[in-house]
Design a protein around this ligand. Structure first.
Ligand code: SF4
Length: 758
């Protein structure tokens, strides 16, 4: 089969709008007359947002080819290579469904009019009886900026509720909180293409090779140029295996290690005194705080040998420039903000923030995790990273949207708090977009009870997720390559997503669904933008003058420049790849340093639960797995979770490799195959979290949250592991067949009904 290699940019060269054609996918394909072509776009999965070209034949996405984009240079990881297979997957939801017959009933096909009429009539009734805040919106950050912006506006103006938040709360809100506190701007301060400029990399709590595989090329380039590599992780990850120093920290104890490294740097005279004096505040308190953290004291808390702490501090502290990269390993913590601030203290003490190749850099996880948190769908925020509780910022957005300021709702509950309000009956209905709470939230039995309390639970998704299984109304949305818009990747680079095919069946874009509901709620006059481009232009204007100023970023400029970094305040502004070169975002231009005391995890091991359980991602899956578990190659490589356990611990418990073991925490228990590996601390076990139902690691995890940003402590809780007397056999694809897993009885009692709309 021959493919026309001429790349076309749909919004520029081929003016179509699927939503307005009124055609089915097949009818549209017939009429397009572009049977073989490449559509340039970006991967749907992680925060790297690799460029790719989708192969389109007869109006349908059929494959993928490399795209030489600025930050991925033609590379894709295993997930990116098969991402296109979602588009025409047989599991796609094709039309709306309503649960008939009450809670124990089945999800059955409905028309759009029937489904939306039902939802709107229930919401009007609930809000009349219980107030507007009784209806909530739980949004996601894998959607485009346009959809994320509209989700926040839809909640506050369409539903007039204060309860809107997003799943980025679970991802890296602690890094966002820390960067806002320290620098006044929440963004990675440099592009990943700067990484090769560094002379030392300190990677704290990030399994870069599995979670951001394409980013690795920039770390390898740095290594080729002689940069040292230090990895802090309880597991010897693929990245840690190549490091000069691996620091096997106990989960949740990173502050002890980071404070001790800073103490060594101070005692060795490696502090950049002039930089600290000229560009920071708070240094004296930091010095006083870290003084007790000798390497030996830190070893007693974090388990890393004192000699290795000393060596790591000197390897990092003598290099210039030096770069700290951190991710969920320290951010998924009941003191996640402080963990990040402890990293930032190190970078500031060494005078690195603002240097090419230097500083501290968060690695945002979700595809649009960066954009999703700055365009106004966060409980406390308005577009442009404005604060919903600051009077002048409220007034600005209320005027922009054409409503009196008092009509703009105030701050709402964080995503993790919403669950409790659902359980208590304060929130009575919720619209869930692009999120799978029944896999991704901690302590899932509580989450299930909360979702069961809703009437109705309304879910927009393109595959039947574990959360949609519990819904009263399921609305079919689009996959990423069926709509156009922008995302903002982990560097702060705004990029353009292009549509490559029409949605199948009756699926509709999320923004079109929200606009339709706003119309039915009698609020449609506040939503004049009725295309992705119109929403983008509204968002650009809405962000103007804010911290994350997108005003000068046009879709054309994005394509011309291979992405535009915000802030970009004017149409002729090139964007801002590097932040903090001259000053920080606070009014005085200085970075703030904070004295960070040691804090253990909320739950420490004891006699009943002697191990530390940590969770994370694997290369073959993305977040809750609702997409990647359906993609054959990925699923064949990792069809179910496992428990990584050290040989010494396994021997003490009489556990053989491949044997099914039972893992218990205070909240639940699950049975899972053991993988006996020497690459993990003997006091720690690890389970990947991409599965649902009886295979969900988050049945076990601790719902304790960071006090300021409310991110859960996924990375450290106490657990017990025990051998159970079952010898498993496995099917051809490696799935354990002959054991009955222990599932908490309250999990998933309801009939799912027509899970596939055919
Ligand atoms: Fe997609 Fe991330 Fe893999 Fe790139 S590294 S192909 S963005 S999953």
């Amino acid at each position: 089969m021959s493919v026309n290699k001429d790349i076309f940019v749909p919004d520029r060269d081929f003016n179509y709008d699927f939503q307005q054609t009124g055609k089915t996918q097949d009818e549209w394909a017939e009429s397009t007359h572009v049977p073989e072509s490449l559509v340039p776009t970006h991967c749907s999965f992680c925060g790297v947002q690799c460029g790719m070209n989708l192969r389109v034949e007869n109006g349908k996405v059929v494959g993928v080819e490399p795209r030489n984009y600025a930050h991925n240079r033609g590379s894709l990881c295993p997930k990116g290579v098969v991402a296109y297979q979602q588009a025409n997957h047989p599991d796609r939801l094709l039309y709306p469904m309503i649960r008939r017959g009450g809670r124990g009933g089945r999800l059955e096909r409905a028309t759009w009019d029937e489904a939306l009429s039902y939802v709107v009539s229930r919401w009007k009734q609930i809000q009349a009886e219980h107030g507007r805040d009784a209806v909530a919106v739980y949004s996601g950050s894998s959607m485009t900026n346009e959809k994320c912006y509209l989700a926040g506006k839809f909640a506050r103006l369409g539903l007039q509720t204060r309860h809107v938040d997003y799943n980025g709360r679970l991802c890296m809100s602690s890094a966002a909180g820390a960067y806002s506190k320290a620098f006044g701007i929440d963004r990675a301060p440099l592009p990943m293409t700067d990484i090769p400029l560094t002379k030392s990399m300190l990677v704290v709590g990030s399994n870069v090779a599995e979670c951001f595989p394409v980013m690795m090329q920039w770390l390898w380039k740095a290594r080729d140029r002689g940069a040292s590599l230090i990895v802090v992780d309880p597991r010897e990850t693929p990245l840690a295996r190549t490091a000069d120093l691996w620091l096997p920290v106990k989960p949740g104890t990173d502050i002890a290690l980071l404070n001790a490294m800073l103490r060594v740097i101070i005692h060795d005279g490696l502090v950049d005194e002039e930089y600290v004096r000229a560009r920071t505040s708070g240094w004296d308190d930091v010095v006083e705080m870290v003084e007790p953290f000798t390497p030996e004291y830190a070893e007693s808390l974090c388990g890393v040998p004192a000699k290795r702490i000393l060596a790591a501090a000197r390897l990092y502290g003598r290099a210039d420039p030096s770069l700290i990269m951190h991710a969920r390993g320290i951010e998924h913590s009941s003191h996640g903000v402080d963990n990040c601030l402890a990293c930032i203290n190190l970078a500031l003490a060494r005078g690195q923030m603002g240097k090419p190749g230097g500083g501290a850099m968060m690695i945002t996880g979700q595809g649009n995790g960066q954009g999703g948190r700055e365009v106004g769908q966060k409980a406390s925020q308005l577009p442009g990273y404005r604060h919903i509780d600051v009077p002048e910022e409220r007034q600005h957005m209320a005027s922009f949207w054409g409503i009196p300021e008092p009509e703009l709702p105030g701050p709402g509950a964080a995503a993790t708090e919403m669950v409790h309000l659902m359980a208590e009956g304060e929130i009575r209905s919720c619209l869930v977009l692009c999120s799978n709470l029944m896999v991704s939230l901690p302590d899932l039995n509580v989450v299930q009870r909360a979702l069961e309390n809703l009437d109705p639970l309304v879910v927009i998704d393109f595959f039947m997720s574990e959360t949609a299984e519990l819904a009263d109304v399921v609305l079919p949305g689009t996959v990423w390559c069926e709509d156009e818009g922008t995302t903002t990747n982990l560097e702060g680079r705004v990029i353009k997503i292009n549509a490559a095919q029409a949605p199948p069946g009756e699926a509709r874009t999320d923004w079109a669904i929200m606009n339709d509901i706003a119309d039915r709620m009698g609020r449609g006059h506040l939503f004049p933008a009725r295309s992705a481009r119109a929403i983008w232009d509204e968002l650009r204007e809405a962000s103007r003058g804010g911290v994350s100023d997108y005003y000068g970023i046009t879709w054309e400029k994005i394509e011309d420049q291979q992405g535009v970094f915000w802030p970009c305040p004017e149409l002729d502004h090139p964007g801002t790849p590097r932040l903090f070169t001259e000053k920080f975002g606070h009014p005085d231009g200085r970075a703030k340093m904070f004295a960070i005391p040691y804090q253990p995890p909320a739950e420490e091991p004891g006699d009943a639960y002697p191990f530390r359980l940590t969770t994370g991602r694997v290369v073959y899956h993305y977040l809750s797995g609702n997409q990647t578990r359906r993609l054959g190659f990925l699923n064949s490589q990792a069809p179910e979770p496992w428990l990584e356990i050290h040989p010494r611990a396994a021997e003490q418990l009489g556990i053989q490799d491949g044997e099914v073991v039972r893992v218990r925490t205070k909240r639940a228990q699950m049975d899972v195959k053991a993988l006996v590996v020497p690459t993990i601390r003997p006091d720690t076990v690890f389970i990947p979290y991409h599965w649902g139902h009886r295979l969900a690691a988050n049945q076990l995890t601790n719902p304790a949250v960071d006090p300021t940003v409310k991110i859960p402590e996924y990375k450290a809780c106490a657990c017990a592991v025990e051998r159970i007397s079952v010898t498993p056999t496995t099917s051809d694809n490696g799935v354990v067949e002959n054991f009955t897993p222990s599932t908490t009885p309250t999990m998933f009692p309801y009939a799912v009904g027509e899970v596939k709309a055919k």
